[in-house]
Design a protein. Sequence first.
Length: 315
Amino acid sequence: MKKFFPPYVRVPLLFVLFYFAVEYTIDSGNQPAFVKYPIVLLLYGFFFLTLIAVEALVSATNKLLNRLLTPEQRAAQELEDNKPLSEAQWYKKLMARLTRSKSIEEEGTIVLDHDYDGIKELDNDLPPWWTALFYLTAIFGVVYLVKYEVLGYDNQDQEYVKEVAKAEEQIAIYNLTAPDKTSVDNVKLLTDPSDLAKGKAIYETNCIACHRPDGGGSIGPNLTDNYWILGGSVQDVFHTIMEGGRAGKGMIPWKDQIKPADIEKVTSYVLSLVGTNPADPKAPEGDLYVSETTATTSNETEVTETVVEEEGVTP
Ligand code: HEC
């Protein structure tokens, strides 16, 4: 045996086996366990040193025992060590254990009486390794049957479905706190009442000082008419609130104080104010915004309304 597994093969082999066992046992996602948990490195180091220590101890003991042998015993030992495999004592013993077959000399005791044209049959025992395997598979079958068919554990399909559901939950949690991906490129006009309510709350906290609670405008322009200095599309309004108005006018960029997703909500709220005709509004400023999608008739009414409002402001 020593010939096949000298220490320089045995030690790395055991170490690699240990490594795979540990990596298999510890759940560390896509990266190796020792990267995720540096303490595992210590474990590897400790195991490696232990292997070396055991090797050193074994070889020291062997040397010591060897010294106690008489020269004849030592010669016999060396002879045995150098024998080819099929003649080595340990190999013969191992084979006898594994197969439990009778040697040729003993075959006479197990030969069966029938004789097929001179061909005779031996009644050997089944090899113990085979019987052991047979019993193991039988036990495995019983455990499997009870676990999945009687106790109703999840099979692979059910495990898959459950894990996907769990991953989806984690994605939802991740998205709640994930960096905001709302931008001018994907901003939408939200219509959900809860989004508009959130937008209204943000508006009331940050914007009413200059645009009035009803959006009629004071320091900042009127947000309820359809005239816009900086553009009236969802993208324009979102951009104005994110990046602020023209320099020196007083409309600051809000992107550092309000998350883009929330600016999308306040944008939608601001646009929901258009056409609400608050009392005593500020005169329209900028250009009439004509939506590419709205019908012309709705814009015409907007214009007439604005004119009426203007008359009201300037007596
Ligand atoms: C300090 C006063 C002030 C505050 C607070 C303020 N704004 Fe303004 N806002 C202005 C001024 C002034 C302008 C005009 C900017 C320009 O002319 O470039 C403006 C412009 C705008 C415009 C563009 C109007 C147009 O005609 O194009 C929008 C939309 C707007 N503000 C929304 C908001 C929102 C939403 C908030 C709150 C998050 C807010 N503003 C807070 C002063 C303010």
